[in-house]
Design a protein around this ligand. Sequence first.
Ligand code: XMP
Length: 173
Amino acid sequence: MQVLISQAQIGERMRELARRIAGDYQGQPVTLLGILTGSLMFVADLVRLLDLPSRIGFMQASSYRGATTTPGKLELLAGLVPDVRDRHVLLLDDILDTGRTLNRAIEAVRELEPRSLRVSVLLRKVGRQEVALEPDYCGFEIPNVFVVGYGLDYNDEYRQLPYIAALDSLRDS
Ligand code: XMP
């Protein structure tokens, strides 16, 4: 496994992002809404560096397979999402690949009528996006390789790694 982004690089970038985000929101309270499970570390690290009154919520990205629901619809687990109506929401995801997941998440959050909605991704794969979507904040741009660590998994393993690594044997086509 090849280390792509070290723990130190992640830490430094988190501090930069936190400074930028705090500067943009200018003291206004913000609700960080992470997409489970990959955004867990991202949310936890960023919120502790963010000099803003903050709340935390999570949403679950999972596919419905029922006949009456849209396949791949994003599930909002009511118990995990605080009331965000008329609040500033910062949606956090681990990785922007094709953009489909984030696009659905944005639609789901918009239905909750937040005061504003911005998007932050930890990683963005270059040349993979299928949905036109520009995140407001991005940690790192990475090449088209399958990555694990810092919340990202392969078969639910490797999430605990404090760095981001490329699983060489699993290069996307
Ligand atoms: P889309 O294509 O919807 O995909 O933008 C975003 C989701 O796909 C998963 N994903 C990955 N997970 N290593 C991972 O551990 C990767 O390299 C990778 N690429 C995509 C991830 O769940 C993300 O939220």
